[in-house]
Design a protein around this ligand. Structure first.
Ligand SMILES: Nc1ncnc2c1ncn2[C@@H]1O[C@H](COP(=O)(O)OS(=O)(=O)O)[C@@H](OP(=O)(O)O)[C@H]1O
Length: 440
């Protein structure tokens, strides 16, 4: 355990959720991974929980890359057969309640996460600038210009237009082109989301949301430890004037209504558990996190780096094209001398980006599938439709060699490139084109 002292403290139980530890951990979870909302951090936490508890994570077929063929509406055909029947599902998708309910066990708990729309849109505009026609039309690449006349740049029918308006509503399966002033539509949507999702986390109160999650699922504090992933470098961010933030919220008015509603309901749930008590759990969580960070990073601050500076391919986050810099971590070289392989694996997985972790999990689950059904002759899942790897830095050859049993972290930690680190932004022409066509 990485917790400083045994974690006896717990908020008093609610009738709806008995205190964690008083009933078995809930293991069937569907997390709707919305865009630019801290969802990769949350996905990593769920992947690790699944691995620790031998659970099956539904993963996309290879032709969908690492997301369920987003922005198409989710169907169970997008799920890789080697990842069935699932306990957990967490990769990007456009939500489809009926299909998910068909796929997931009956007692699945549905959760999702929202972020304040102006902050979310600013992140999305930078990240998807070269992957969304509506943004690319803005020649000077500035948010201010987009908001001089959004209708001039936005085309509702384009396949990638969901990045440019009400992305959160779209991810939830709603109509991104309805206004937040359409009261009937808003009320029906809020009611539907409330009916399906037991918890809507809020990125600005990520730790408080995790405390609620821990109570909802009867998990331990250890289960909600995380390191922040998929962060932009400070120089890739821009601060918003109040005027611009207001324009962004009004353009994304459906997202704003969703956010305001679920932010208020998060705080009602926190109050019901006890404000002081949630604050205390948050403090324990942060202390445990700091201890874990110091342990993984040799007692120093984490080695937060731009992708091009990360030597280990398996730790490089995917980089969108353009000027945005997505940060990742490198582990100290001497980790293997100081820790057991289990501790190294924890440190490694805590900082493993979405694309690589998805591939690692698919491979390890496929191996388990082979062991369960030995008549299958292929050691790796065969792609339904062969595609060029979506991210130039993640090639099939970089996958760990397949071997029965769990994937060993030492294979990853040794997988530094011998040549100079490759700039992940520089791919072949084919892979660049592929990125443009299919990227997040
Ligand atoms: N724990 C926590 N709390 C608050 N915010 C966090 C956290 N972890 C990640 N982040 C921020 O979330 C942004 C990335 O979101 P996603 O991982 O959902 O993006 S993606 O759609 O999967 O690409 C990205 O925001 P920007 O840096 O503004 O782009 C991250 O910095």
């Amino acid at each position: 355990s990485w917790i400083m002292e045994p974690f006896y403290f717990s908020c008093p139980s609610l009738q709806s959720h008995p205190a964690p530890g008083l009933k078995p951990k809930h293991t069937n979870v569907a997390f709707l991974k919305t865009h630019k909302t801290a969802s990769s951090t949350m996905q990593n936490l769920l992947f690790r929980f699944a691995e620790r508890n031998n659970l099956t994570v539904a993963l996309p077929v290879q032709s969908c890359a690492h997301q369920f063929c987003y922005p198409d509406t989710f169907t169970s055909h997008f799920v890789h057969p080697h990842t069935l029947p699932p306990n957990i599902i967490t990769s990007h998708m456009r939500f489809n309640k009926t299909e998910l309910q068909r796929l997931m066990p009956n007692n699945t708990i549905y959760i999702t996460i929202l972020r304040e729309p102006s902050a979310m849109f600013e992140s999305s505009f930078t990240y998807f600038y070269h992957h969304c026609q509506s943004f690319m039309r803005v020649q000077d690449g500035s948010l201010e210009t987009f908001f001089t006349d959004p209708w001039r740049y936005y085309q509702a029918k384009e396949k990638d237009s969901m990045y440019a308006r009400n992305t959160l509503a779209f991810d939830l399966g709603l109509d991104k082109d309805r206004s937040g002033e359409d009261e009937e539509y808003v009320q029906a949507s809020l009611a539907e989301v409330e009916k399906v999702f037991s918890l809507v986390m809020i990125a600005e109160y990520f730790d408080e949301s995790l405390v609620l999650l821990r109570h909802l699922l009867s998990w331990d504090l250890d289960d909600i430890l995380y390191f922040k992933l998929n962060m932009r470098k400070a120089s890739s961010k821009r601060s918003l004037t109040p005027g611009l933030a207001t324009k962004i919220r009004s353009w994304n008015s459906l997202d704003a209504r969703l956010y305001d509603h679920f932010n208020a309901s998060l705080w009602r749930q926190i109050s019901a558990l006890g404000l002081a008590c949630v604050a205390q759990e948050v403090q324990f969580l942060r202390q445990a996190q700091e201890k874990l960070m110091r342990s993984c990073f040799d007692g120093t601050v984490p080695l937060l780096r731009s992708a091009s500076q990360i030597e280990n391919n398996n730790l490089r986050p995917w980089q969108p094209r353009g000027k945005v810099d997505i940060m990742g971590y490198d582990l100290p070289a001497n980790l293997s001398r100081r820790y057991s392989s289990q501790a190294q694996e924890l440190c490694f997985k805590l900082i493993m980006p979405e694309v690589q972790y998805t591939q690692v999990l698919l491979q390890s689950q496929s191996i388990c599938y082979q062991l369960r059904s030995p008549q299958q002759s292929h050691p790796l899942p065969l792609p339904i439709r062969r595609t060029t790897p979506r991210h130039p830095q993640v090639q099939q050859s970089q996958l760990p060699p397949s071997a029965p049993g769990s994937v060993s972290v030492t294979r990853f930690t040794n997988s530094k490139q011998t040549a100079a680190p490759q700039d992940p932004n520089v791919g072949t022409e084919t892979s660049q084109t592929q990125n443009a066509a299919t990227e997040k």
